[in-house]
Design a protein around this ligand. Structure first.
Ligand SMILES: NC(=O)c1ccc[n+]([C@@H]2O[C@H](COP(=O)([O-])OP(=O)(O)OC[C@H]3O[C@@H](n4cnc5c(N)ncnc54)[C@H](OP(=O)(O)O)[C@@H]3O)[C@@H](O)[C@H]2O)c1
Length: 252
């Protein structure tokens, strides 16, 4: 039986992804903070798809938490075939007005945890000469993000780190992929105090696209026409367009 570990798998894109794996009979391990949401997610997956579902309540923005998650998964007797580093957070606002502690937690969650979990799990995968690590970034990774600066910058780290790791892993049987959706309709915007642009995809669409295309040989995967087309524009033009769209939306 194949096993996938999904961080942030209790809601949004992560939970929709969990459903895709469960539908195909995979054992699913979900890691997130909120115990109640994890229990609900487990109940749905077990009832709907009759698969083994494990949940681990952990705050991945805390120091040492990635190693703790790795150890817990191993103690439970699992060695995931696929790892989805999906848990992430963002804070909208003028960069110097966002409390330092919030941005420090953001970097710990969006970057440090992703890097550490990738490092730890890739070694087991290389030993088995088989495995996939998907790091969920964003189209925000490809240009500066005024008024959501730390989030966009953190996702740029995710893309570049994943690409480099994937290059190093050539010939090992392990693939590392950065997945870069544009706007997705989840609770993310409410939590980040941000503004969702008028064009977006559902969490089910974002997860389904990744699930169907995850055997790509590429190191970056972008779903949807808008995300792929806008990436052809120079980064500065994209940055101004994004600020314009979000500015207009605030006035509505
Ligand atoms: N929504 C978008 O427009 C969009 C676009 C591109 C990329 N993304 C990326 O996609 C990923 C998933 O986003 P989403 O939109 O699905 O967000 P979401 O609906 O807010 O879900 C976030 C998930 O991460 C978990 N999480 C948050 N903080 C955590 C922490 N400190 N430790 C452990 N787990 C934590 C949450 O559970 P708990 O709160 O219980 O911990 C939840 O399961 C993120 O990396 C995000 O940056 C989102």
């Amino acid at each position: 039986m194949k096993t996938v570990l999904i961080t942030g798998g209790s809601e949004g894109i992560g939970f929709e992804l969990a459903k895709c794996y469960a539908k195909d009979g995979w054992t699913v391990i979900l890691a997130a903070r909120n115990r109640k949401k994890l229990d609900t997610a487990k109940e749905i997956l077990t009832k709907q798809f009759h698969v083994q579902t494990e949940t681990i309540s952990i705050d991945l923005s805390e120091q040492g938490s990635a190693q703790k998650l790795y150890d817990t998964v191993k103690e439970m007797g699992y060695e995931p075939d696929e790892l989805i580093n999906n848990a992430g957070a963002g804070y909208a606002g003028t960069s110097w007005e966002i409390p330092v502690e919030d941005d420090e937690r953001l970097v710990s969650l969006n970057d440090t945890a992703v890097m550490t979990l990738s490092k730890l799990f890739i070694k087991d995968m290389i030993r088995k000469q088989n495995g996939l690590i998907v790091n969920i970034a964003s189209t925000g990774a490809f240009q500066p993000g005024p008024y959501i600066a730390s989030y966009y910058a953190s996702k740029a780290f995710v893309v570049r780190y994943s690409q480099a790791m994937n290059y190093e892993a050539a010939g090992t049987g392990v693939h590392v992929l950065a997945y870069c959706p544009g706007p997705v309709d989840t609770a993310f915007y409410k939590k980040s105090n941000g503004v969702r642009p008028p064009f977006y995809m559902s969490a089910g669409q974002a997860a389904g696209y990744l699930y169907r295309h995850r055997d790509t040989k590429k190191d970056i995967l972008i779903p949807g026409l808008i995300g792929n087309l806008s990436n052809l524009l120079p980064a500065r033009v994209r940055m101004h367009l994004i600020v314009m769209i979000k500015g207009n939306m605030k006035q509505k």
